[in-house]
Design a protein around this ligand. Structure first.
Ligand code: HEM
Length: 129
């Protein structure tokens, strides 16, 4: 198999850089920044790091069960597709700022998209034929 997206994007160093930029955009975005109030910063940094490693297809990828549990309380409070889409938009902005090539951004988005039903605690989509 060819290099993983994680390696192609620059591995751990790229994750760190992308986290900083992505998080800055998220906190500026009034559609979603309220979700990140009242969260302790240490937990938040670990979360962002886990998010980005997962988005890059890197090691320690999170399982659906983790993502379901991690967001269950938020879904009860109204987390929905609009928020998920906004997170994706901010991710694209961050990756563009890092001059990541379009085909790799698309791979990242495809990977993140596979988590939608878990993050939003919905039944999995039916398998496509
Ligand atoms: C797009 C796909 C997403 C992925 C892959 C993802 C990933 C993660 C991960 C790995 C955690 C840590 C879970 C844990 O350690 O228990 C987490 C927690 C969290 N996520 Fe997400 N997330 C996604 C979408 C979202 C969205 C759309 C929002 C809100 C706009 C969001 C807000 C949060 C918050 C606030 C926490 C911390 C919850 C807490 O500490 O109580 N996430 N996410």
């Amino acid at each position: 198999m060819s290099k993983s997206i994680f390696e192609a994007l620059g591995g751990e160093a790229a994750v760190e850089q992308a986290v900083d930029i992505f998080y800055r955009y998220v906190l500026q975005d009034d559609r979603i920044n309220f979700w990140f109030e009242d969260i302790d910063m240490e937990k938040q940094a670990a979360k962002q790091h886990a998010f980005m490693t997962m988005a890059f297809g890197g090691p320690h990828a999170y399982t659906g069960a983790d993502l379901r549990t991690g967001h269950a309380k938020m879904v009860e409070r109204g987390l929905n597709d609009t928020h998920f889409d906004a997170v994706k938009e901010n991710l694209v902005k961050a990756l563009n700022e890092l001059s990541v090539p379009a085909h790799l951004i698309q791979q990242v988005l495809d990977l993140v998209e596979t988590t939608r039903n878990d993050v939003l605690n919905r039944a999995p989509a039916p398998a496509s034929v």
